[in-house]
Design a protein. Structure first.
Length: 299
């Protein structure tokens, strides 16, 4: 984006308004007056000859379609300028700034807490923020610049996202503690064909699980759909059905304290590797450092 008359400050104000939805809140966050925010945005709109923000007394401030497109570039420019500033101050060995990390919601508890705590300890000049959602949502967040890097499954990724594999592991069957197959070292999906199935239904998980059943030549008949990993485990613990999971927590009990048994699948089924993803192009130094840190932490 070749915009010689646009300032980094104007772009920072646009980002603040987009993330807070309010000129007043954005002004407080940036430690300036609301008038300064409004004036900067008006000047930015004049230079670009675009309507970027719709202001409403009742609804606050919202980006137009053009504003959303400029926002993605603004985030990249501000991030790059932060890195350039660090280099200019002779801090080439220091990683600093704010890093926003995205994560596919069902795997967030397995990755975000450990990654944030250990990375900030190793790089105290970096402040890590995070967003979570479905794979399509996090993919869109990467493309638009809402986050710089994200934990994802390697499936249904949007064009323009590059990845680095962290690890891969086969799925397992979750059974209640009193299930007839609980003591098996491995089970075939055909042995569970008549049991009710609890699907972890966070897009695009259904497509992956259908591929698992198809590989085992078993029809997937969903009895219950859970939007969270822990709800699926709790339904299984209560004997309401069985489920399949890729992630395997250390704890073997549900929120109610009931046991859940994870058993290997005997079938040869597809896996879905956990990857770090980012929008095509160079990463900021803090995102590069985060990628290296996570490769060591989870690999």
């Amino acid at each position: 984006m070749n915009l010689p008359n646009v300032t980094v400050r104007q772009l920072e104000y646009l980002i603040a308004v987009a993330e807070t939805g309010s000129l007043t809140t954005a002004a407080a966050r940036c430690h300036v007056s609301q008038g300064a925010i409004s004036l900067a945005l008006s000047e930015l709109e004049r230079v670009l000859d675009l309507r970027l923000v719709v202001r409403s007394p009742r609804r606050g401030a919202a980006l137009t379609a053009a504003g959303a497109q400029v926002l993605a570039d603004a985030r990249r420019v501000v991030g790059a300028m932060g890195d350039l500033g660090a280099e200019a101050r002779g801090l080439s060995s220091t990683v600093s700034g704010v890093l926003t990390v995205g994560c596919y919601a069902p795997i967030a508890p397995f990755h975000l807490p450990a990654a944030i705590a250990t990375f900030e300890r190793a790089h105290p000049e970096v402040s890590v923020r995070f967003v979570e959602g479905s794979l399509p949502e996090i993919g869109e967040d990467l493309i638009t610049g809402r986050c710089e890097i994200a934990f994802l499954y390697d499936q249904d990724l949007l064009p323009g996202i590059e990845t680095r594999t962290l690890y891969d592991q086969p799925p397992r069957v979750l059974l209640p503690a009193d299930h007839r197959l609980r003591r098996r070292r491995a089970v075939a999906l055909s042995e569970l064909a008549d049991d009710p199935f609890v699907l972890l239904d966070v897009p695009p998980s259904e497509r992956y699980f259908r591929s698992v059943f198809a590989a085992a030549d078993v029809e997937m008949v969903v009895t219950h759909r859970a939007r969270s990993f822990e709800l699926a485990r709790s339904l299984v613990a209560r004997g309401i059905g069985y489920s399949i999971t890729v992630q395997q927590p250390v704890l073997t009990r549900s929120y109610e304290g009931l046991e859940v048994v994870a058993v290997k699948l005997r079938d040869d089924v597809p896996t879905t590797p956990v990857v770090l993803g980012w929008a095509s192009g160079p990463l900021t130094r803090r995102a590069q450092a985060f990628a290296e840190h996570c490769a060591e932490l989870f690999g």
